[in-house]
Write a protein that binds this ligand. Sequence first.
Ligand code: DGL
Length: 279
Amino acid sequence: MDNKPILFLDSGIGGLPYCRHFYGQNSAEALIYVADRENFPYGPRERGELAGALIRLFEKLIPRFNPKIAAVVCNTATISALAKLRDHFSGLPFVGTVPAIKPAVLESRKRHIGVLGTGRTIEDPYTAELAARYGPDCTLFGLAAPELVEFVEYRLGRSSPEERRRMVEPYIRTLRDRGADALVLGCTHFLFLLAEFTQAAAPDIRVYDSVEGVSRRIEALLDRGNLRAALPKGGSGASLSPGPERCLILTGNREPDEDMVRWAAFYGLILRPFAGWDE
Ligand code: DGL
């Protein structure tokens, strides 16, 4: 048993659906969600630069929050830096997030698959390696969508359904033109547009994401290391006992904007300042 928190990290709000999926099924776990707005967006950065920034960030996060597992709920950060983070912080188990190419390859009939992600994810040889490993007979094409990342991070909360539909439709048109029957959401931010993507893609294109897979991987680490949090004590007062702490932390010294305050509330997280950011 281990009551320490699990740390989730993304450049912004992108990993929140991953975090919620996990705690929806693991209600005893405490968690810290870190939105690294200080370094947002990750997508345009070089691999080495991003890896360096993330190592520096984890040097602050680990002593401050003492997590038992770190889940990097960001494809760009995973592809660019996970191996380095694991080397550098060898005592801490890390879970990464990569595009769900494997299930798409297993199910695609047309053998044409589109992956939507940040520039870094699409250009990185790692994505091509995943494709070659799981679907050597598939034609896989990547579409970089940095404007979609910005839209989700800064405008989604105030957008209309029509605006959201307009944001996703050009990508679906491109996939159809290229004969694809599968779309892999290779950026966690795009989960916020899952309903729009799924609707625009039906009935001929199936949409894949990695939410379930990431949760399962964290659960496997909890079980393997006997790291699950103790359930609150039973008895008549059990329902009144406070749940585990679930916080959202913003990097840097900026004040959270109104949208961030709303996202934290929507996901049931307490927005806390990052005390000691400058130390
Ligand atoms: N959410 C991130 C991902 O999954 C990256 C967004 C960004 O900061 O560019 O790749």
